[in-house]
Design a binder for this molecule. Sequence first.
Ligand SMILES: [Zn+2]
Length: 300
Amino acid sequence: MPIGTIHWLPWRAGRGRPLRLTRLGLQLAGFFVALLMCLLVGGAYLYGREVGRMQGFSGAGRSSAVLEAELCQLRARTDELTGRLIEIAEREQRILTAGAGLNMDFSGLFPGIDAPADPDAGLFEYIDGLDLQLLLAERLAEAELAAYDSLASHFLRITEQLRRVPSIWPAEGYYVSDFGPRIDPFTGAVRYHEGIDIAERTGTPIYSPADGTVVFCGWSSGYGLTVIVRHTPRLSTRFAHCSSICVNVGQSVQRGDLVARMGMTGRAVGPHLHYEVLVDGVQVDPDDFIIRSGFNAAVF
Ligand SMILES: [Zn+2]
């Protein structure tokens, strides 16, 4: 049954037909309006979701391409770093073997790596290969550090040994007498000269030709005022005919330290230094220990 009437009033003249409203009619109209709204809202939602999905796909594609490009760059840098490490290891091995007599082989630390050349072939395999390459490079770098430490301590030891070799002239002056047989200035007979003589004015400084410890200071018959420095358990030097002594027994001296001054005490005909090098207590030619730079020039 009708529940109301809607009257239509046209703009132009004429009679409009009244529209009768029933409860069923209103319910049907409401249903269709609600259905239309649902369709509109649902369609808008599905459209939005599809657009979002398409945009997401294209973003992921871009991210993947950037990631692959960066991985390739990382691989190139790792290759370069690895190459340099291997080059350093090879050079160091030559120094260790030839220079220091140490036999160290790094080749086993860096086996060939079969990392995929292209990340497209398998991104995770590519990353695994890169990871392994970096791991081996780290191992090689650690081995390098250990080798450098060995090399440093080796050369430190050599330097320490070299500082205990009497390799410089102990005094300035005139080289007046060699080591070996010569005519004795006192007797005129042939006598073995057990050192070398360097002549200069009385008071001329006498320096220790190497690091060591003073083991004797004092008078020693024909040697006069004498200093003996022990450089190693087997190697020592003697400085004779001094006018004065500048060190004490037990004192440590370094190469170039003043130990005495030149004189003519003991069996001497003029002011000079009688200089001896002794190995296991036996005199040897001091000249054999002196390092020269250029013609007959001593170096510190
Ligand atoms: Zn002499």
